[in-house]
Design a protein around this ligand. Structure first.
Ligand code: FEO
Length: 171
């Protein structure tokens, strides 16, 4: 694998694990505030991010590359509102999409066809991740501070299915 591409994939592994940690912090905030449906949704999302990190981790090893795990930055732990949690999630997903786009461009320029194939899964996944976050943001903006409507949203968020358990990622 081209060394620049390998370095960039290692950076992306860190981003995915950072997203895992950030969603976990959001889940902790929501659960502390007894917004338990949202906490369940966010825990499920954190498991997905962990799986994204592991998918790249396994890919690098399968390509006989060196995985370089680096420090995960401390996540935001306090939020002004439940709506702000999801606004923040959307910003995070948009940032990840930009990162994957840049990574794909780098793989393309380096003629890393195998890496491009792997990254295509992530590009498609980002469409869904952004769409989902954008829809929740729109609904939080719509209900504003109305307690009854917020509880309805919480109930609906709590219906999210738990992803298949990953090692260490049970929800
Ligand atoms: Fe792994 Fe939500 O991007």
């Amino acid at each position: 694998m081209h060394s620049d591409v390998l370095r960039a994939i290692n950076v992306q592994i860190n981003s995915e694990f950072s997203a895992w940690y950030q969603y976990l912090a959001m889940a902790a905030f929501c659960e502390r505030e007894k917004f338990t449906g949202a906490a369940r949704w966010l825990k499920a999302q954190s498991v997905e991010e962990y799986q994204h990190g592991m998918k790249l981790f396994d890919f690098v090893l399968a390509r006989n590359g060196v995985v370089e795990l680096t420090a995960i930055q401390q996540p935001e732990r306090e939020f002004e509102s439940f709506g702000e949690v999801f606004e923040s999630a959307l910003r995070q997903e948009q940032a990840v999409t930009e990162q994957i786009n840049s990574l794909y461009e780098l793989a393309f320029k380096s003629k890393g066809f195998i890496e491009m194939t792997e990254l295509q899964w992530f590009l498609t996944e980002q469409v869904e991740e952004e769409k989902s976050a954008r829809e929740w943001v729109a609904r939080f903006r719509l209900v504003g501070d109305d307690p009854g409507s917020l509880l309805d949203l919480d109930r609906e968020l709590g219906q999210r299915a738990t992803p298949p358990a990953a090692a260490g990622g049970k929800v």
